[in-house]
Write a protein that binds this ligand. Sequence first.
Ligand SMILES: [Cu+2]
Length: 244
Amino acid sequence: MKALFPSLNPAFRPFKGLAAVTALAGCGGPFSTLDPAGPAAQSIATLWWVMLAGSVVLFGLVMVLFGFAFLRRHPAGDPDRPVGQSFVLWGGLVMPVAVLSALLGYGLFMGERLVPRPGEGVLRVEAHARQWQWDFAYPDAAGAPGTTDILHIPAGRPVDIHVTSADVIHSFWAPRLGGKIDAIPGHTNVIRLFADRPGIYHGKCSEFCGTGHAVMGFTVEAHDAAAYSARLADPRDSSTGHGQ
Ligand SMILES: [Cu+2]
């Protein structure tokens, strides 16, 4: 940094560390998409890294061409002849179309893999959003009481969350376990979660839904198979973890 910015005012030096911390703050923590705990979240993290690499490559190529445009001179003896038509064609059209098409194709391929499709062993859970909490129901576990703001899932097994809302639009998001999906009144959307290991994971409403939006969080508890059945059978689990 010192070689790049030799004249940096000493008054601004403390902010270099602050800028680095700010830039890296989103890379960790319980809501980090870059710390996946299952295959769906892993696909999203991989897609993010590929998109970042693609954008860095494209930015680098544009900067090279930008510098090249400054250094290039008019052909000798013909100052009126337009310069760089092929340069504009290849650098301004062909290159970005090729790079962006590759990224688009990869994004569509990865997005297709995240679509929940009927399959063996997929568990169904219902998530009902309302201002400002999440109610979960377990229709595949007969007699299991519902839970509020705590979602129980088995680890090592795909779980389809059928998401809807009782009032306004919310959005269901457990970043370490999968993507996000809107909770829409009168409509049900489905998203598939998968936790590799038992553990505690965190989720949030990710669509502004009113004054309580900031505390509209939930916890996902992933259990091994035996513990999952035991937890759902225990009525004391219908507890409230509102605001977590
Ligand atoms: Cu919200």
